[in-house]
Design a protein around this ligand. Sequence first.
Ligand code: NCD
Length: 333
Amino acid sequence: MFKRRHVLSMRDFSREEIDSVLETAASLEPYAREKSTDLLSGKILALLFFEPSTRTRMSFETAMKRLGGKTINLGSAEASSIAKGESLADTVRVIGEYADALVIRHPKEGSARLAAEFSPVPVLNGGDGAGHHPTQTLLDLYTIKKESHLENLSVALVGDLKYGRTVHSLAYALALYGAEINLVSPPTLRMPEQIRTDLLGKGTRVSETSDLSEVINRVDVLYVTRIQRERFPDPLEYSKVARSYRITPENLTDVKDGLIIMHPLPRVDEISPAVDQTPHAVYFKQSFYGVPVRMALLKMILDGGQDGGLECGGEIRGTSKDRSKDRSGGWSG
Ligand code: NCD
């Protein structure tokens, strides 16, 4: 089901498939700290990061090494042939011959799907501009399952819902679990229309407001995001919405007992450090869970031989002949 599969968007995954990743992650969690395994000994993961990253890059690297595999790193774009004008297509074609899988982060939306068109090995989307971030969503779901519950969940997605790729991917996945989704953002940073339409089309209960106090006391999960400064075409527009929300212990006096506060990190000023000491804060655990979850993905994709075509969104893809086929996943129809 996962062998040689691209991981491009949560729209390509069913609930059963997500559950199997979360179960595998739970079984590998003991190996994510201290112990290691040799499950992926002899395999190589290539890291192609064209945008800054701490957690995604380093947790993929840790995951691969804990599984006994190795990583190779493109390094900064300036130090590679990208600086000479080489295209992304040519780059992934070449690196796909060196490695068994690629993780790519790139500022352009759709770049991971493009890379998958040309890569001879599975591509994992580590964030494509304001598009998607599916591996972050899998670790977010793992966190929710461990620290709260996935059934009958009420979630508030807070902050930059326009440019924030983590909340785009997470919203699709939460819909598969029947969660109630409360969207909280400044009016100019609302969840894209297409995503809201998709959610409603799947029967998801969705509310929308710019006032966090309307929902904070009735949700199980507060998922806070950074205003994505680097995506604003005009710095003046950023300054108008910077510091729109700031969670402090004072906001939390009437919240549900079991409320968990999540953040994909990095945080700027959306969550006061004083919140870190409260039982609600799980964002540092969340970033650790990136290791077992990425271990699970790598194991499921790489452990099991190299025969067959590349699979994407449930369809077996040819590696070269049928590149012109539509690659959208089941979700968007
Ligand atoms: C996020 C990202 O890169 O989209 N970070 C992450 O991967 N943990 C969130 C962000 O940058 O705000």
